[in-house]
Design a protein around this ligand. Structure first.
Ligand SMILES: [Zn+2]
Length: 108
């Protein structure tokens, strides 16, 4: 459980300190939003993107080490990654999970 707490603290630091969000599938810059970005922005100038949490439960308490946080610029990239994740994971895990949440980029 100590491990788990440490990981969560690390994540907090990553989230609050980040100045850039990059798509883990295609490498596109999600934030800061560039002038030539074609995504629709909301009234606060934020764009929608997707945040995922993936991992598996195969290692008991150590499964926390399989946890990965990923960001995606579009649903297309989510689908690509999801396909890859389950194909690659198939021979190795029956407990793999891939949880997706829609998010908005921070305000400029
Ligand atoms: Zn992408």
């Amino acid at each position: 459980m100590v491990n788990y707490v440490k990981k969560m603290e690390l994540r907090e630091v990553e989230v609050t300190d980040h100045t850039e969000i990059i798509c883990d599938c295609c490498g596109k810059l999600i934030f800061p939003i560039q002038d030539n970005d074609e995504r629709k922005l909301d009234f606060r100038g934020r764009a929608k993107y997707y945040h995922a949490r993936s991992g598996h439960h195969d290692w008991g308490n150590d499964s926390i080490d399989s946890l990965e946080y990923l960001d995606f610029c579009s649903l297309e990239c989510v689908h690509k990654q999801l396909d890859k994740f389950y194909k690659e994971d198939e021979p190795y895990s029956d407990t793999a999970y891939f949880e997706i949440e829609a998010e908005s980029t921070p305000e400029k």
